[in-house]
Design a protein around this ligand. Structure first.
Ligand SMILES: [Zn+2]
Ligand SMILES: [Zn+2]
Length: 167
């Protein structure tokens, strides 16, 4: 789980590595799947009831190329910086980006929502397996990255089609 237990956080500076299941992030995730684990590497500074977390979060995603429909893997990686305020009302801070309210009686800080918000926005709307993906032949469906086909192409270079689709 992408949780940090409060009794593990010492006063002052420390470092915490977290791993979580991709399934923790996948609600609302369409168009691919995430590969476990989700990783977070955090520098932690605790000053009484305030805890500053700074570092990086990452997960691999398997996406379908919008042009050739092949699956490919990309690394989603983001910096994270969050201030957790212990003894505050979580709903008071929920709307303020970069702050997490933690009830006084809580045992842990749950970073799942924070990490989900950071990583899922990195998924491109039109994922491409590579910038110059040639896509599929519009006539026979051959993946033109892997081979050519014998369909006539009206004597023009199919790479121009790929370019036109970008414009
Ligand atoms: Zn492709
Ligand atoms: Zn063809």
């Amino acid at each position: 789980m992408l949780r940090i237990f409060l009794d593990k956080i010492e006063e002052g500076d420390s470092h915490i590595d977290l791993t979580g299941e991709a399934a923790d992030l996948t609600s609302g995730f369409e168009g691919g799947y995430l590969v476990s684990p989700v990783r977070a590497s955090l520098e932690v500074t605790r000053t009484g009831s305030e805890i500053l977390l700074r570092g990086h979060v990452a997960v691999e995603a398997v996406l379908e190329c919008a042009r050739c429909l092949d699956e490919f893997v990309i690394e989603l990686e983001s910096p994270i910086e969050v201030v957790c305020v212990i003894g505050s009302n979580p709903s008071d801070l929920a709307e303020i980006q970069g702050f997490i309210g933690v009830e006084a009686a809580a045992d842990y800080i749950d970073l799942t929502d924070e990490i989900r918000d950071l990583l899922l926005v990195l998924i491109p709307l039109k994922p491409l397996c590579r910038a110059d993906c040639l896509g599929l032949c519009p006539k026979c469906g051959t993946n033109l990255n892997k081979g050519s086909c014998s369909c006539s192409r009206d004597d023009h270079d199919s790479r121009w089609d790929a370019l036109k689709r970008l414009i």
